[in-house]
Write a protein that binds this ligand. Structure first.
Ligand code: HEM
Length: 392
């Protein structure tokens, strides 16, 4: 039996799909590195994942994304996610300013207004799907505000993001190309409008940067905006859905947070650890490497499973317990190292605001009797439909 066969797993295994947290817990205890013929290796344990994240000179993002999509043109690379240093460092330094906590705080009122409106409609309905009514629309609408875009096209943006992710995962180059072109045209229209009439928004800010120091050209701006539009809402959708689902099943914790709203930020961190919204991200070896007792040749893809790593008993006491008082909590739901989530201040604010309003505007919510509660499967880790009954 080869090493690959010894560590074989299938992410599409229906049993795993039914209980991803439990399934990955079991797999992580069976093996530190699982192997799937299509995906390559997946690191399951906390220390191994962190070691790989912190060594970009050996474990490359650029090579990983290139291997996933070999036909990808240079200007289609996601800036800064699919770049390595020194290119990555240059963009990252530039984009950091966008997500400074003080800047993010200026969007809180608008996010709250959107969340409140959506939650009021859910409560008014009495019984409704939280995914359709809140966790899908709210993050993408808030992101549009942040970027300075009208949010009327939020449903299209959500659909196109899903279609692009699906087409790339399935290796459907023709469909991915068509979607890339459509994204480019869509973003370019806004870009041209901002050139004529600049506003106080991220899109105008990226254009000004380009004019000042000739740092960014149109293709680079489009790539940055496309990454934010594709990556800047799905994880937040997942985080809000997971937290609402957990609280619906645990009324005493729901009531605790309603009575102690100051404990919410700590509870959100624990929920991100307990049920990581971003399931996994890839790296590729640029030379032979050793992690623990696993050897890798040059050019091997390793996925980093954040869900399994965050529930590793070697790193967390009682990891299968969702403990809202856990402190310190060194979870890696936002990654670690040079690619650690740039948008985390914005994501954290969005999740907190949605949960604050949900708890404030209800006296309780629970699974709707006779309703549908289903979860999406790999690579997603979130409720697909979450019918809840809301009591004012
Ligand atoms: C709860 C919400 C979120 C979670 C759990 C999350 C998770 C992650 C993770 C795990 C990474 C690291 C990827 C890697 O190492 O390969 C990442 C990177 C990134 N995230 Fe997030 N994210 C969230 C929200 C957001 C939001 C709201 C935005 C933007 C508005 C955003 C923008 C980015 C960007 C631009 C990167 C790439 C950073 C780089 O390559 O330097 N994220 N995110």
């Amino acid at each position: 039996m080869t090493t690959e066969e010894k560590h074989a797993w299938c992410p599409m295994d229906p049993q795993l799909a039914g209980d991803q947290r439990g399934g990955y817990d079991a797999l992580r205890e069976e093996t530190g590195f699982a192997h799937d013929p299509r995906m390559g290796w997946t690191a399951m344990r906390f220390d191994d994942v962190v070691e790989i994240l912190r060594n970009p000179a050996v474990f490359s993002n650029a090579a990983a994304w290139e291997a996933i999509d070999p036909d990808l043109k240079k200007d289609e690379r996601a800036i800064p996610l699919s770049l390595d240093p020194p290119e990555h460092t240059q963009y990252r330094n530039l984009l950091k300013a966008l997500f400074r906590p003080a800047r993010v705080a200026t969007f809180e009122d608008q996010a709250r207004e959107k969340a409140s409106r959506l939650i009021d409609a859910l409560v008014e309905a009495g019984t409704a799907d939280l995914v359709q009514g809140l966790s899908d629309p709210y993050p993408v609408q808030s992101l549009c505000t942040f970027l300075g875009w009208q949010d009327e096209n939020w449903a299209d943006i959500k659909r196109w993001s899903r279609e692009l992710t699906r087409a790339r995962a399935a290796g459907n180059r023709e469909e991915a190309d068509a979607l890339f072109n459509m994204w480019r045209d869509y973003i370019r229209t806004v870009l041209e409008a901002r050139k004529v009439e600049p506003r106080e928004d991220v899109t105008s800010w990226l254009i000004e940067l380009g004019e000042d120091g000739t740092v960014l050209n149109d293709e680079q701006i489009i790539s940055i905006l496309r990454l934010l539009l594709v990556a800047g809402h799905g994880t937040t959708t997942t985080a809000i859905g997971n937290m609402a689902e957990y609280l619906a099943q645990n009324p005493e914790k729901q009531q605790f947070l309603r009575e102690n709203p100051d404990k919410l930020p700590l509870a959100i961190e624990e929920m991100l650890r307990y049920d990581a919204p971003q399931m996994a991200m890839p790296r590729r070896t640029l030379c032979p490497a050793q992690v623990g007792d696993q050897h890798f040749e040059e050019g091997e893809t390793i996925w980093l499973n954040f869900l399994a790593a965050n529930r590793d008993p070697r790193a967390f006491d009682n990891p299968a317990e969702c403990n809202f008082a856990r402190k310190p909590n060194r979870h890696i739901a936002f990654g670690a190292g040079i690619h650690q989530c740039l948008g985390s201040p914005f994501g954290r604010m969005e999740v907190r605001v949605a949960l604050e309003e949900l708890l404030k505007r209800t006296s309780s919510f629970r699974f709707a009797p006779g309703g549908v509660q289903t979860r999406a499967s790999f690579p997603h880790n979130q409720p697909a439909q979450l019918d809840l009954e809301f009591v004012r």
